[in-house]
Design a protein around this ligand. Structure first.
Ligand SMILES: CC(C)[C@H](C(=O)O)[C@@H](O)C(=O)O
Ligand code: SF4
Length: 413
């Protein structure tokens, strides 16, 4: 009995649990990446126990890859040595950890996955309880195969109606953050449901769940259904059962009519200040970025390529496209999207986080403005602290690349 999050945790714990209880939960996978593994390894060594399971430990290189500095290279060398020493079988260098975890079938409904990255909540798109933790907590999970949690209360978004032309899951995700605010779901499970969510692809659901943490959420969850089963056929690493909410008691239910949403832009310095893209024409853009665990998948690149086909990006702007994974990149190449983007004037990088955290591949100078498909627009995230970051969908980002200012993609039809 309970919300999706209570149902998942009850199964794992082996008895009915309720929001507010502190529980110790066995975990299915533990994840760390090149930025967070070093501290996790240091704490893990101090604990002095062996890994709980080398086959359930996943290390991904994605944040600053290939290494951009000697310091990054040195840390990556240390992580590689540790991975070998521990016999870790899942060492992946093929894209953003969250994309790769889903693509490679680590994420299944009902699984509990902890990661040393705040966007581990993305796995709720498939009905898994994914949550981000600090490196010390991750070290404990690595050593014990367990973690502790306070069972979260749940906030439910019930989305009715249909998204309009050139309005996407990203616009809906931004509208949700705008509605409840960046602390509107602090430590809560965010459950996404209703007809508009049920119609969404896995990729679109990932965009929603990914941004649960932008409202303070502990995790974001979509009820598993046929779309999830279809996606996982031949891909899931573990057997699973569908889990559904049963007589759930929600702390809050927020109803949203998808048809009322427009192409949105989050205005710096946080994702809750929104404006319709159509009203932002005065904002000139120096850099456009399409990528990340929020919006760097095949459908996102396809949307951008369709808009940019046969067009050129504005001479006063530049555009960086970073496919979320190698699989995404190969498929985007096979379909001609990469060619279209390069012909339009974009720089297409290797897969990974790209310029999302401002360390390489497109860092912003003082006073510059970027429009990006990522999830966070905090000051200094993409470079100089005075640079401004506007968050939007791939369509709005691509349209802005053509005009050089923030542009509602519908205005280019
Ligand atoms: C570097 C990492 C710890 C960080 C996170 O946890 O989210 C990053 O992925 C981010 O998006 O800011
Ligand atoms: S793509 Fe951006 S938000 Fe996602 S894990 Fe990488 S740095 Fe974090």
């Amino acid at each position: 009995m309970g919300t999706l999050s209570e149902e998942i945790l009850s199964r794992k714990v082996g008895r009915q649990v309720r929001a507010g209880e502190i529980v110790i939960v066995p975990v299915d996978y533990v994840l760390a990446h090149d930025q967070t593994a070093p501290l996790a390894i240091e704490s893990f060594r101090k604990i002095g126990r062996p890994l709980f399971d080398p086959n359930r430990t996943v290390i991904v290189f994605d944040h600053i890859i290939p290494a951009a500095t000697v310091q990054a290279a040195t840390l990556q060398k240390m992580i590689r040595e540790w991975v070998r020493e521990q016999g870790i079988t899942n060492f992946l260098q093929e894209g953003i950890c969250h994309q790769v975890m889903v693509e490679r079938g680590f994420v299944t409904p009902g699984a509990v996955i902890v990661g040393a990255d705040s966007h581990t909540c993305t796995y709720g798109a498939l009905g898994a309880f994914g949550t981000g933790m600090g490196s010390t907590d991750i070290a404990v999970a690595l050593a014990t195969g367990k973690t502790w949690l306070r069972v979260p209360e749940t906030i439910r978004f019930e989305v009715k109606g249909e998204l309009g032309h050139h309005v996407y899951a990203k616009d809906l995700a931004l509208a949700m953050v705008g509605t409840i605010g960046v602390d509107g779901a602090t430590y809560m499970a965010v459950e996404y449901g209703g007809p508009a969510v049920r119609r969404m692809s896995i990729s679109e659901r990932m965009t929603l769940a990914n941004m649960a943490v932008e409202m303070g959420g502990k995790t974001g969850l979509v009820e598993p259904d046929d779309t999830v089963d279809e996606y996982l056929r031949g891909r899931a690493r573990d057997p699973y059962e569908r889990i559904t909410p049963r007589d759930p008691v929600y702390s809050r239910v927020v109803e949203i009519d998808a048809s009322s949403i427009e192409p949105m832009v989050a205005v710096p310095p946080d994702p809750e200040h929104l404006a319709p893209a159509a009203e932002m024409r005065k904002v000139k853009i120096d850099q456009v970025f399409i990528g990340t665990c929020t919006n760097g998948r095949l459908d996102d690149i396809e949307i951008a390529a369709r808009i940019l086909k046969g067009r050129k990006i504005h001479p006063s702007t530049r555009m960086v496209v970073t496919p979320a994974s190698t699989r995404v990149a190969l498929e985007a190449m096979a379909r001609g999207y990469i060619q279209t983007l390069i012909e339009a004037g974009a720089v297409v990088t290797n897969t990974g986080c790209g310029p999302c955290i401002g360390r390489h591949q497109g860092v912003l100078a003082a006073g510059e403005r970027a429009i990006t498909t990522q999830n966070r627009n905090f000051s200094g995230r993409m470079g100089d602290p005075t640079a401004e970051i506007y968050l939007a969908s791939p369509a709005t980002a691509a349209a802005s690349a053509i005009t050089g200012y923030i542009t509602d993609p519908r205005s280019l039809d």
